[in-house]
Design a protein around this ligand. Structure first.
Ligand code: MG
Length: 502
């Protein structure tokens, strides 16, 4: 009898061991055009984001986290591949509804590294890595089992149907009138055109709930990628958030995104998988300051979207995993590039056999360890081999070899931010100590202080080494556009684009 008890005891221990070692789930939340100063947990006084605040309070909050581009498509390419956008060819600028190119299918996405391990994968929201002929660049062809969303920016179409709640609120913005109305795509099929923005968040929440619940029921590990549209111009919010924040339309949009995060957390709790799920939150690029109070806020950082100053590329970031990641703040250097190698490491997957720019953050996340990242490279929206890097960060120092303002960063008093600040070369580079001067206001007197010469030499060497390793991929965005590729639910109709409604 005793032997039987011992046997049963060991079987239970074995089963428990198997359960605790089960592959973790991953949820990747990606905000759009959200600045370093936009969240309450990063110091914004009137943003209302109770669920993001909960993630920040119970997780690891980053102070020095960077995306790779000050605009959407290239930043997303790097997030999903762990490679600078120059390698994958997602430059210059962004993709459009009729773009011929997209994220090359031979690039390996996070979803594709997880698929061989049996993960269920889904994406919902703003894809913006191409549609192409017959939807060849949509998420379902890049490792995701399912997709629900608008495959590009929601201002890339007439946006008269936005922010119309309650009905007496004036609609805001006209957006791109010469393009097809914005579609809602399920996998590769247009479900609705134009999309109903007031009901969109409910559709996303239902999609995510079904995906998480069915994966949990099957005991299948999952990866959910939710790049949200919300905080990008023109902001919108449905009945659950419109008029409910203190911050006007931007705050309402952010609140609606936050509500969805709350629904995701509730579903994770209900299905019992919250302690086996890493949630990572960050954003694609800095605030679009030209929209004034409807743009985001870079906090103490300089300029915003479209520039290689920190306001354009340093982002809020939070890693949340109850029981595994201890709550706190990390000042270590990290990037969207590092998410793929970290997920690979945590899941026990295989790294893609390509030149990766990301490093594994696991030690930082689970043991409060040091970052393996020592540098961060800054390419402008239109990178070229001729100019190379615009800036680089080495430890606490950032060196600018070129500076340039951007239309997206107009309207703020700083004259370095708008497009009138034309391209300027700096030799020696402008060097800032970002710990002493996070706003990049006061360049160090490199030529006057001999002790800074060693730093300057090291920066030049790092630049040379990195640029020596950079092979520019064929530009996908320069392939141009074909209006016939714009998603149309009624493909043979006439005259386009107005007849594309279903
Ligand atoms: Mg963006």
């Amino acid at each position: 009898m005793d032997d039987v008890r011992v046997f049963v005891f060991f079987i239970i221990i074995l089963l428990l061991g198997t359960c605790s070692a089960s592959a973790p789930n991953f949820i990747l939340l990606f905000a759009d055009d959200l600045g370093f100063g936009d969240l309450g947990c990063y110091g914004h006084p009137s943003s209302l984001t109770p669920n993001l605040d909960r993630l920040a309070a119970g997780g690891l909050r980053f102070t020095d986290f960077y995306c790779t581009s000050p605009v959407c498509s290239p930043s997303r390419a790097s997030l999903l591949t762990g490679r600078y956008q120059t390698r994958s060819g997602i430059y210059p600028g962004v993709l459009y509804p009729g773009s011929i190119g997209g994220l090359p299918l031979n690039e390996t996405t996070i979803a594709e590294v997880l698929k061989p391990l049996g993960y269920a994968t889904a994406a919902m929201g703003k894809w913006h890595l191409g549609v192409g002929a017959n939807g060849m660049f949509l998420p379902t062809n890049q490792g995701f089992d399912q997709y629900l969303g608008i495959p590009y920016s929601h201002d890339m179409g007439p946006c008269w149907n936005l922010t119309c709640f309650p009905p007496d609120v004036k609609c805001f913005g006209l957006c791109d009138l010469a393009t097809v109305t914005v579609p809602l795509v399920f996998n590769e099929v247009i479900k609705q055109q134009p999309v109903d923005f007031l009901d969109l968040e409910r559709a996303y929440s239902d999609f995510a709930t079904n995906f998480i619940s069915s994966s949990a029921m099957k005991k299948q590990p999952f990866f959910l990628y939710y790049p949200s549209h919300h905080t990008h111009y023109p902001q919108y919010a449905g009945p659950g958030a419109a008029g409910r924040s203190l911050r006007g339309p931007f705050g309402d949009a952010l609140l609606e995104f936050d509500n969805t995060i709350g629904n995701l957390l509730a579903t994770l709790e209900k299905t019992g998988v919250i302690n086996n799920t890493l949630i990572f939150f960050t954003a694609d690029n800095g605030p679009e300051l030209m929209r004034m109070s409807r743009g985001g806020n870079a906090g103490s950082l300089k300029c915003g979207k479209g520039t290689t100053y920190d306001g354009g590329m340093r982002e809020p970031a939070i890693a949340y995993w109850p029981g595994t990641i201890r709550p706190g703040v990390t000042r270590e250097l990290a990037s969207t590039l590092d998410i793929l190698p970290t997920i690979v490491s945590l899941a026990g997957a295989k790294l893609p056999l390509v030149m990766l720019d990301g490093v594994d953050m696991t030690e930082m996340l689970v043991n409060k360890g040091k970052s393996k990242r020592e540098t961060m490279m800054f390419y402008p929206t239109n990178p070229s081999e001729k100019y190379g890097l615009f800036a680089l960060r080495l430890g606490k120092y950032k060196a600018h070899f070129y500076t340039q303002g951007a239309t997206h960063s107009a309207t703020v008093p700083d004259q370095d931010c708008p497009a009138s600040a034309v391209l300027k070369a700096h030799d020696p580079p402008l060097i800032f100590d970002l710990e002493a001067d996070p706003s990049e206001h006061y360049p160090l007197p490199v030529l006057k202080k001999p002790d800074l010469q060693a730093l300057l030499e090291k920066i030049k060497k790092v630049k040379e080494q990195f640029e020596g390793s950079m092979v520019f991929g064929e530009s996908q965005i320069s392939k141009g556009e074909d209006p016939n590729l714009e998603p149309c639910c009624n493909p043979d109709c006439n005259p386009k684009p107005g007849c594309c409604r279903c």
